[in-house]
Every structure is written in structure tokens, then in C-alpha cells.
Design a protein around this ligand. Structure first.
Ligand SMILES: [Ca+2]
Ligand SMILES: [Ca+2]
Length: 164
């Protein structure tokens, strides 16, 4: 098995692990990276230019880093490495968000005023969304305060509603 195939296999395995909602833009990578490369290589010169990758803003952001030999175009190895790095970054963010969600839930379970409530916690890139119904304003504030205190939380959007 050559290195490219290995990289592609790892990237695909990562992709399979990531639920669609964890990805901020549709993953345009085909079932195999080489096929995707050929698809993007509109002029069939064996390289991907920035122009050919204009729809892949995620790749364009890392283009200069990915362009290891600085010829302003990506060969298959450079492209494969870039896709792999992007997917690893996405997978890492997804795992970090899951950890934050779990910590927020655990912190709420530790609080006598909140633990019995059915508060839903979702996290995206460190931004936490709290939703559900609570008994009073105090619980709304307390839930937000608990979430804000969790390490890694960037912001808390409080969508809790007080039952009337
Ligand atoms: Ca090309
Ligand atoms: Ca290059």
C-alpha cells in the first residue's frame, strides 16, 4: 500500500466518523481523494490551481501551507495531505465539542437546582446552546452560569424558556 492510499484511507475513515452536522460546509470530497483531485483538475495538467479550487474555501485557506514546493499549485500528494489535515481538524473540533457538551451536562447534574431539569445542551466550535423548559428565571441564569464556567466554552446562547 503506498503512502497516498494510506492517507486517503485514513481520511475516509475519519470522514465516516464525522456526522454531517459536525461539518460546517458540505464535504465535497468524493469517495476517493484521487477521483476528487481529477474532478477539480479541470485543465488536466495534474495540478490544482487556486482557480480550480475556487469552490473549496476551506482548502484555499490552507493552500499556501499545503503547497510544500511553493509552485502555487497542488500536486496529488500536496492535495491529499491538505484534505487529510482539514478532516483531522474537523474531527478534532467535533470531539472537543462533544467533550464540552458532556462537561456542561455533568456540571448541571451536580447542581441541585438544575439537575432534575430537562435542559438540552449542544455545542458547535465551543459555542454552547442551551434549550428546554425550566421552572423559573433563577434556573435560566444558573444554567447559563454553569455552562459559562466550563473550560473551553467560547459563548453560551441561552434559549431556555420559563414554564408559565
Ligand atoms: Ca489543473
Ligand atoms: Ca505545489
Amino acid at each position: 500500500m503506498n503512502t497516498n492510499l494510506c492517507k486517503a484511507a485514513v481520511a475516509l475513515a475519519l470522514l465516516a466518523c464525522i456526522p454531517a452536522y459536525a461539518v460546517d460546509e458540505p464535504v465535497k470530497v468524493n469517495a476517493n481523494i484521487e477521483a476528487a483531485f481529477k474532478k477539480y483538475d479541470v485543465n488536466h495538467d495534474g495540478y490544482l490551481s487556486k482557480k480550480e479550487l475556487k469552490e473549496r474555501r476551506d482548502l484555499l485557506r490552507v493552500f499556501s501551507d499545503a503547497d510544500a514546493d511553493h509552485d502555487s499549485k497542488l500536486d496529488l500528494d500536496e492535495y491529499t495531505a491538505a484534505e487529510l489535515a482539514l478532516h483531522q481538524a474537523k474531527a478534532k473540533r467535533f470531539v472537543e465539542d462533544e467533550v464540552i457538551t458532556a462537561k456542561v451536562k455533568a456540571a448541571m447534574l451536580n447542581d441541585p437546582d438544575i439537575k432534575s431539569l430537562d435542559v438540552s445542551v449542544e455545542t458547535y466550535r465551543g459555542h454552547v446552546l442551551l434549550s428546554g423548559f425550566v421552572e423559573d428565571d433563577n434556573q435560566v441564569r444558573k444554567a447559563a452560569r454553569i455552562a459559562s464556567g466550563v473550560r473551553g466554552v467560547v459563548s453560551v446562547k441561552n434559549a431556555l424558556i420559563v414554564k408559565i
